[in-house]
Design a protein around this ligand. Structure first.
Ligand code: ADP
Length: 552
């Protein structure tokens, strides 16, 4: 793999049009060529609301005009605290389209983090769902840059609130013309801002550009990646405040797919109804959502015949989950790896001819990895000696990325040097690559368990443990050990209504992982702490078990 760059100083330039890649072109295209394609949105005021890309375009134009009338200028930051609805979708286009910056805030963050990031971004406006009005009331006195609060509902459903300068979204855009000449500007202009959850230190803002957003959507939609098209019906379960719902609002418009937006009620019952009623073909979510969904499907004895594929990522997908989706529900899982800093999509496990010719068991093993880099994003793995790791599927090392949708720095921390001399970004993940170019994440650098100088992959152990039919969730952390430095401790949440014992789980793991990897103890717990994006919070577990000692 060539990982270095060489610049040519006097190139002969091509003679093609230098048209900037802008986000407004996506919604304009959807309106022009897929104008009647449906958008379905679960709202708190209008129930299940239906309209089309043509309608969404007109309302995005009206919003763009309302923003300009308010005095919003290019470069201004505009916050949202909102679920996946059609109004939030319009805000995605209206705000970025005029050259201002969409700052999606995760309402599940701690209040002090929300306060920090809105102040850090110096947001001028905030668009919120009605249910977040009380949250905003508690914060507003400490948010001096906010000039107004727009509640994503109509006048009739406005919540009673003590907020000042508050408007209903519908009243705010009412009367604005439904056509607008979207401005043209440099494609490297900032389009949106997303803060990482900041498990250590303050949250850090990743500032996407129009160019990065459009290229990322193009890369993700292509056949070798998500293979999305106009016949699909996409259900983004990943929230629009978590790395832009993994680009689904952009990809759906780009390919003219039907878009089903589940609102804020992401419980399995509602999602199941939506999937079946709207004939969803493609969904995306983190594994914890699907764990609940699969348990619900089992209990309800329900099926999801329209769902053909789902992409799952954000944390490792257990092989048992992939198998269950395929065998019981006929759904193909596309395992993906990504991070906010790469917009967020990086690698995706979709089969190739060479992989499809292997035995079912070998295929399952390969497709349970995080997959192949999407065209547009390069990855390199550097082993502990500083050499590029061989593609042997075994040698793990630090994962670095480079490409037009990867971050070069954090917002208002531009002085910090993140990239190496050749422009690669350190992901903080540990991974290996196999002969097919499939990457497997073995850990986050900070989660790696070091036992007697060797590394144990917590992800592999967790993956194996959730293969036990009575285990719903599993987490493995390294705990201090007097002889081996660290040894794995396994924490297990049983499937609802089931009982499971530690020795049973250990017995189940035998033969599935190397003998010296077997956890030294298993604790059965009622629940595991989750981050604001639905991942197991290992830092909290490490704190909780920091004085734990294995019995001799
Ligand atoms: P947050 O922690 O705020 O949700 P990100 O979504 O950016 O932030 O998290 C990115 C990290 O999540 C990656 O660096 C990686 O450690 C982990 N991750 C993402 N997808 C996967 C996956 N498929 N398997 C294992 N880890 C993953």
């Amino acid at each position: 793999m060539n990982t270095n760059t060489r610049l040519i100083e006097t190139p002969l330039m091509g003679l093609m049009q230098d048209v900037p890649l802008l986000i407004s072109s996506l919604i304009r295209y959807a309106a022009d060529y897929h104008g009647t394609r449906e958008i379905v949105s679960v709202t708190s005021d209008a129930g299940t609301f239906r309209y089309s890309y043509g309608d969404a375009y007109k309302r995005s134009c009206a919003l763009a005009r309302a923003l300009e009338d308010f005095g919003i200028l290019p470069g201004d930051r505009i916050a949202t605290l909102a679920g996946n609805t059609h109004r939030h979708f319009e805000v995605f286009y209206g705000v970025s389209g005029i050259g201002s910056v969409l700052h999606t805030v995760n309402p599940r963050l701690f209040e002090e983090q929300i306060r920090y990031i809105i102040n850090h971004a110096q947001d001028r406006l905030v668009f919120i769902d009605p249910e977040y009005a009380p949250l905003m009331e508690g914060l507003i006195d400490d948010l001096p840059t906010l000039e107004a609060c727009i509640i994503l509902t109509d006048q009739e459903h406005m919540p009673a609130t003590t907020l000042k300068n508050v408007f209903s979204y519908e009243a705010w855009i009412e009367g604005q013309p439904s056509h607008y000449d979207w401005p043209e500007f440099d494609e490297r202009t900032a389009s949106s801002l997303c803060y990482t959850s900041g498990t250590t230190g303050d949250p850090k803002g990743v500032l996407y550009s129009h160019r990065s957003t459009v290229l990322h959507a193009l890369g993700a939609a292509q056949m070798g990646a998500m293979a999305l098209g106009p016949n699909d019906c996409i259900l983004p379960i990943a929230p629009m405040y978590h790395a832009n719902a993994w680009a689904m609002p952009y990809i759906a418009a780009m390919v003219g797919a039907k878009l089903t937006l589940p609102g804020t009620k992401m419980d399995p019952e509602n999602l199941l109804t939506l999937i079946n009623d709207e004939e969803v073909t493609f969904a995306c979510a983190v594994p914890t959502v699907w764990t609940m969904m699969l348990e619900h499907l089992d209990r309800a004895g329900a099926t999801i015949p329209s769902l053909k594929r789902t992409t799952i990522g954000g944390s490792a997908v257990p092989i048992a989950m992939i198998d269950r989706f395929r065998e019981q529900y006929g759904v193909e899982v596309l395992h993906l790896w990504g991070m906010t800093e790469i917009s967020p999509l990086g690698t995706l496990a979709s089969p190739t001819k060479a992989i499809s010719s292997l035995s079912q068991q070998e295929q399952a093993l390969i497709l349970s990895k995080q997959g192949r880099a999407m065209f547009g994003l390069d990855i390199k793995i550097v082993d502990k000696n500083g050499a590029i790791a061989p593609r042997d599927g075994e040698t793990s090392g630090a994962l670095w990325v480079k490409g037009p949708w990867a971050a070069s720095g954090y917002y208002r921390r531009e002085d910090e040097i993140l990239l190496d001399d050749d422009g690669w970004f350190p992901t903080g993940d540990v991974a290996n690559l196999d002969e097919f170019g499939f990457m497997k994440i073995t850990d986050r650098t900070k989660d790696v368990i070091k036992s007697g100088g060797e590394w144990i992959s917590s992800i592999d152990l967790e993956n194996a443990a959730v293969g036990h039919p009575k285990v719903s969730q599993a987490a493995v952390i390294g705990v201090h050990h007097p002889k081996w430095e660290e040894r794995p401790l396994l924490l297990v949440v049983p499937v609802d209504g089931e009982t499971v014992r530690g020795p049973d789980v250990l017995g189940f793991l035998e033969g599935k992982v190397a003998k010296w990897w077997l956890p030294d103890d298993v604790k059965i717990v009622d629940e595991l702490p989750l981050t604001a994006t639905g991942k197991i919070k290992k830092s909290a577990l490490r704190e909780q078990y920091k004085d734990f000692s294995f019995e001799a």
